[in-house]
Design a binder for this molecule. Structure first.
Ligand SMILES: Cc1cc2nc3c(=O)[nH]c(=O)nc-3n(C[C@H](O)[C@H](O)[C@H](O)COP(=O)(O)OP(=O)(O)OC[C@H]3O[C@@H](n4cnc5c(N)ncnc54)[C@H](O)[C@@H]3O)c2cc1C
Length: 808
């Protein structure tokens, strides 16, 4: 039995494609003391039996970028190691047979433009030339991506491992990890069958066993292995007679992916209902094994495929394969440091390891070595899930995602599985008022209201939905009178103790507020990029609340905890402990004054004041702040009181015309003010100066806050790009995000968020463009669903540019 080393900087658990890619990237970027431990031999999870199809398309552009990186990496590791990766690049065709699917493909093509990819539409005749099996009568359009193809899954995994060793990493096989024990100094003891390794960092890349390995560290990961079939046919004459390899093909409505395998075809499908595998745990002795095929389950899908590729119906089946692989709740991987667990990282739920493994490895290595990945990995960050993502939540959502793999994901779609798990005391009363609910970080919250309907429905669409007129009414109500919005879903963090002020001063780029006041402040990474766009509230000398994005609450928790000193400061994610209601509109002061005996007059409570006061019978914390651009107040209270605050608001507001509004109206109103939001316009892809948040960065404050030095240099040199607001002309389709922006026919940037400004009656978009263009040019075009829409730069917000209303 070979010995295992007693120390390593990083231990990676799992020698599938993901673990091997991470080992390669860590060693290549400089952490040579990396040890990969594999239970059996490399590829002993799902990696050995993958279909090996590779493509760049992904709904998240940053993941798509990483897929592009992965695809291009194969030549490099093959050349470096001499290990054959079985690279085939016949290109990939994406077929549409409905107008909605064409819209989807147009969006994908649009994204590819600003990513610099050559993805483009081809005629159906060209599609048949690339894949003579398809029946063109069944389709209305085809998109072609030249980078797509397939690889040999084992070859790739071994090539990563060889390349990792080339750069100095070690790999040990036949060595199951039995325990991972955290030490008081933040390091880990990794106990294996061959001895114990002391490691600074542990990475769980255990694929099919990610849940079991997670439990060794006391965490439940919301991922689930799913059964998946593909078939390989005998030789097909149309393939034999074709002069080149046929293109990899995805037929969305036919729910099938295909690629050439020798002279036959490999065909796979994502069936519904699907079959989660090993729900109670992946057997520890499962090795290079497959599952019993169950062709009944995919029979209907196969018939559709035969109808669309008639030659298939005649072909004999050579191989039937059913193998498990692991999905996450939204189909994207879960990577990065686990919040609340020091030096424990994961790279799990990677369901397309051969498309994404390289990018995942790169991001993990950059993040560990440089402190942050070079692009925003939010769509893959493990911190996008919290306590609500239990194992069964993971199982149900992963199964939902599996069945929806080839269905269109509409931007306004709210998926049905895992709902009403986390609700507030206002769920039923707002439901009775016709709320249409969305879900954010597990919590139900109203998106819009249909006053005459209980449980309204919204038509999934890339265009304006049936919610449009209702949202218009909500915006009008707020702009002209007063509206109430539940804000339980906002992120709230409590920082307290004698060291709180010094701690926050180091993290926040703006000066801290005085007691009883609020300040807006970005948080920067050491590279000067945005780590947060937050509101700081100073309650007393030792107590601060930080208000921010609800979905990013665990992301921010991780950031605060990472920088927490050993003593003197306490941190609490108070998001679930504080719920709340915002009042907004010119009549909100009148309503507020009826709700409290405290002085809420313009002088008594100034813009950006915060204080404790009773609202009705309830002890609350009230902030004078607004994300609508109107006069407004945010009332925070403990959850058990929220219903009483609601009752008081309802009672006192009725004769003022009070109504409730949802997140859609809020988004419309913030766009009218040209304000960005976290995860779309503000995120670690941009600096504060690029995002126009430099107004809230105080370079003169004496404290050397994180990112200050880079911010100073950027101030001198000027930013590379800038966010601008655009008014889109003559369009009845709004931009959403990720639409390319053109200037004189050239793609120069992209939209980060967009929508309709209901009170100004304009379609608005926020976009990032190179600084020179952003500053000197006024006329642009935005590609929306294949159409070029004229767009004019706005030099000031369309609504209340001076901010008089909000400060009234
Ligand atoms: C039928 C099928 C078709 C597929 N087709 C494609 C495709 O066309 N394109 C694509 O991109 N992806 C495809 N996939 C998905 C792809 O296979 C996975 O995304 C990929 O294999 C995930 O790799 P991984 O490294 O995360 O996990 P795994 O491959 O499961 O590797 C995990 C490793 O961890 C080891 N391990 C577990 N526990 C321990 C322990 N306690 N100690 C030490 N080691 C441990 C295991 O032995 C295993 O080797 C397909 C999958 C299937 C099943």
């Amino acid at each position: 039995m070979s010995e295992i080393t007693s120390h390593a900087k990083v231990v990676i658990i799992g020698g599938g494609v993901v673990g091997c890619s991470i080992a390669y990237h860590l060693a290549k970027l400089g952490w040579k003391d990396t040890l990969l431990i594999e239970r059996h031999e490399l590829t002993s999870g799902s990696s050995w039996h993958a279909a090996g199809v590779i493509h760049t398309i992904n709904s998240d552009p940053n993941i798509a970028r990483l897929q592009e990186y992965t695809l291009k990496l194969y030549d490099e590791i093959e050349e470096l190691t001499g290990q054959d990766c079985g690279i085939h690049r016949p290109g990939g065709i994406y077929l549409a047979s409905t107008p909605e699917r064409m819209d989807y493909l147009k969006q994908e093509r649009a994204k590819a433009r600003y990513m610099g990819l050559d993805t483009d539409f081809i005629s159906l005749k060209e599609a048949v030339d690339l894949n003579p099996l398809i029946n063109p009568d069944k389709y209305i359009g085809a998109l072609f991506e030249p980078l797509d193809g397939h690889v040999d899954p084992s070859g790739v995994t071994f090539a990563y491992a060889k390349a990792a060793k080339y750069y100095g990493a070690s790999v040990i096989n036949f060595c199951p990890v039995l325990e991972t024990n955290p030490q008081t100094d933040g390091t880990w003891e990794v106990v294996t069958e061959k001895g114990t390794v002391k490691a600074e960092y542990v990475i769980n890349a255990a694929g099919l066993w990610a849940r079991e390995v997670g439990q060794l560290a006391g965490i439940d990961l919301p991922v689930q292995p799913m059964e998946h079939h593909y078939l390989i046919t005998e030789a097909i004459p149309e393939i034999v007679n074709h002069d080149k390899e046929i293109a990899v093909t995805v037929d969305y409505e036919g729910n099938a992916y295909t690629r050439q395998e020798h002279d036959g075809l490999l065909i796979g499908t994502y069936e519904s209902p699907c079959q989660p595998w090993a729900i109670d745990g992946t057997p520890l002795d499962f090795g290079h094994e497959l599952l019993q095929p169950d062709l009944e389950r995919i029979a209907e899908r196969l018939e559709t495929a035969f109808d669309r590729m008639p030659a298939l119906a005649e072909a004999g089946i050579k191989t039937e394969l059913n193998g498990p692989f692991t999905f996450g709740p939204d189909g994207n991987p879960l990577i990065g440091p686990v919040p609340g667990l020091k030096n424990y990282w994961v790279a799990v739920g990677v369901m397309a390891g051969f498309c994404q493994g390289g990018g995942v490895g790169l991001c993990m290595a950059e993040w560990m070595i440089h402190g942050e990945p070079s692009i925003d990995t939010w769509a893959m960050d493990v911190a996008r899930f919290g306590k609500f993502a239990t194992r069964d939540y993971g199982r149900e959502k992963s199964a939902e995602n599996y069945t929806r793999r080839f269905l269109i994901a509409y931007p306004n779609e709210v998926l049905p599985v895992g709902r009403q798990q986390k609700t507030t005391s206002l769920y039923e009363p707002l439901r009775a008022k016709g709320a249409f609910f969305g879900v954010s970080f597990g919590l139900e919250h109203a998106l819009w209201f249909s006053p005459d309907t209980i449980d309204p429905e919204e038509n999934p669409t890339f265009r304006r939905s049936n919610a449009f007129e209702h949202v218009a009414n909500e915006v009008k109500m707020v702009r002209e009178g007063v509206g109430a919005l539940e804000i339980a879903n906002f992120g709230k963090h409590k920082i307290s103790g004698p060291g709180a002020e010094a701690f926050l001063d180091k993290l926040m780029a703006n000066k801290l507020p005085k007691t009883g006041r609020l300040t807006l402040s970005p948080m920067l990474t050491p590279k000067g990029r945005l780590a947060g766009d937050l509101t700081i509230a100073k309650i007393d000398d030792e107590t601060y609340y930080i208000l921010g994005s609800g979905v990013a609450q665990e992301y921010h928790r991780r950031w605060f905890e990472k920088h927490l000193p050993k003593a003197g400061v306490s941190y609490e994610n108070a998001s679930d402990r504080l719920h709340g209601i915002a009042l907004a509109g010119p009549k909100s002061r009148e309503l507020m004054s009826r709700l409290t005996r405290s002085d809420v007059s313009a002088e008594g409570m100034r813009f950006l004041d915060i204080r404790h006061m009773d609202v009705g019978l309830v002890p609350c914390m009230v902030a004078r702040v607004s994300f609508t651009g109107e006069l407004g107040y945010e009332i925070y209270c403990e959850p058990q009181y929220q219903r009483a605050v609601y009752n008081a608001i309802e009672k006192e507001g009725s004769d003022l015309g009070l109504g409730w509004f949802g997140s859609y109206a809020l988004m419309s109103m913030r766009l009218e003010k040209s304000w960005g939001v976290w995860t779309l316009d503000f995120r670690p892809d941009f600096t504060a100066l690029e995002a126009g948040l430099d107004f809230f960065v105080n370079l003169n404050k004496p404290v050397d806050f994180i990112g200050k030095q880079v911010a100073i240099e950027e101030e001198v040199q000027g930013p590379e790009k800038r966010m601008i607001a655009l008014k889109l002309k003559n369009t009845d389709v709004d931009a959403l995000h990720d639409e390319p922006v053109f200037h004189k026919g050239e793609c120069v940037g992209y939209v980060t968020s967009g929508g309709y400004g209901h009170s100004v009656k304009e379609s608005i978009a926020l976009a990032y463009l190179p600084t020179k263009l952003a500053e000197s040019e006024n006329e642009f075009e935005v590609e929306i669903l294949g159409e070029l829409v004229k767009a004019e730069k706005m030099n000031e917000p369309l609504y209340d540019p001076s901010g008089k209303k909000m400060r009234a």
